[in-house]
Every structure is written in C-alpha cells, then in structure tokens.
Design a binder for this molecule. Structure first.
Ligand SMILES: [Zn+2]
Ligand SMILES: [Zn+2]
Length: 210
C-alpha cells in the first residue's frame, strides 16, 4: 500500500506530501514547501527512507524546505524537476519577487519528461507535463490508486494563477482539459494549496473548467 502524509507549510500554506511505499519503507517528498527538518522528522518517526524529492514546479513556496530536508537526510536525495522550470529554480522560485529568500537545496539531477514513469517500491507514477502556471509544471499520477498530485494546476473550485512569469491562461486551461479532465471521475486531486478534491467534482463545479 501507499501511505500519504500531508503537511501544510510555509508563508502561503502550501501542501507538502510525503508518499511512502509501506512494503519497502521508501518515501518521496512531493514539494517540500518549508520546515525541511520537520518533514525529515515525520519520515524518521515512521522509519521510512527518503529516496527522492519530486517537485511539481519550481515556485519558492514548493521548495523552500528542500535545503533543510536534504541536509537532514543521508545520503541527500536526488531532486526531480522538469527542465522547463530550471531557470525558475535558479532564481529561487521567484522568492525575491515576494521579498523572501530560500535555500532551494540540491540542484535537480532528475529531468522529468512527459509520460515518464517514476517508481516508488512497486508503485508507479506517471509524469504529466501540464504547463500554464509555470512552463515546466508537472503532475504525478498513480493510476492504480487513482491519485493525482496536481500542484498548482487545479484547486478545489479554482485554478493556478497565471500572472507570474512563465504563466499563461490559455495554456493552463488546455493542460487541465487534456491532462486532468481526461482522467476518471473518482481520481483524487491532491492539490498544492487547499483541500483535496476529485476530478468528477471539479468537472461539475469548477467554474474555470465547466
Ligand atoms: Zn506555484
Ligand atoms: Zn503554490
């Protein structure tokens, strides 16, 4: 089975997800938003082993905890990011734009590509490139358990903002229609901000995608 621990962290209440394969104890952290030491403690408390950090995109509020998390882990885990967000990553995810400073952690070494398969124990996650909020935004889809870690693409009743550098409204709407709304209604959306939802619920009630 997969275990999921969610933590809401940082200045704009970003959701961090620790995802673990119970059989092997291997864990990944999706978007270590802040308080990397606390994330590491949650992993250690459960006797899990951090094998990788997966970033949905490179905004500062999704990786502000990566430095401390990596420093608390031996060996430091490799970081996965879509190359189209590398430039944003090098700018600390736009932190300066918001008057902040973060430690972005280890340089990403896993280049994510559309339809790439990532493995966690015996579980498989498909990388879905969904630009529009940022150019290199990806989502992580586990089809067998019906889970989509969708970052800042879509939220309960809303969508990601497109007014920041690299954002584009039409591109985002296209991504949502082709990469989210094509999934089964019962697919659970684990969003970068706010509560979780389901594809079928957003299909009915999200004013941006109806
Ligand atoms: Zn974002
Ligand atoms: Zn965000």
């Amino acid at each position: 089975m997969l275990s999921i621990v969610s933590m809401t962290l940082g200045p704009v209440m970003t959701n961090t997800f620790i995802v673990a394969d119970d059989a092997s104890g291997e864990a990944v952290v999706i978007d270590p938003a802040d308080e990397g030491k606390r994330i590491a403690a949650e992993i250690a408390d459960r006797d899990w082993r951090l094998v990788s950090i997966w970033l949905t995109h490179a905004h500062f509020d999704h990786l502000g905890g990566a430095g401390d998390l990596a420093d608390s882990s031996t060996p430091p885990p490799p970081v996965a990011l879509h190359p189209d967000d590398y430039q944003l990553w090098r700018m600390q995810g736009g932190a300066a734009f918001f008057g902040m400073k973060i430690d972005p952690g280890p340089e990403p070494t896993i280049d994510l590509t559309h339809n790439q398969l990532l493995h966690l124990g015996e579980h498989t996650f498909r990388v879905l490139h969904a630009p529009g909020h940022t150019q290199g935004h990806v989502m992580f889809h586990n089809q067998s358990q019906g889970l989509l870690f969708c970052g800042d693409v879509i939220f309960q009743g809303s969508i990601g903002r497109t007014d920041l550098p690299g954002g584009d409204y039409d591109t985002l709407i296209h991504s949502i229609h082709t990469q989210v709304m094509n999934l089964a209604d019962e697919t659970v959306l684990l969003c970068g901000h706010g509560p979780q939802s389901k594809v079928g619920v957003e299909r009915l009630y999200n004013p941006f995608v109806r």
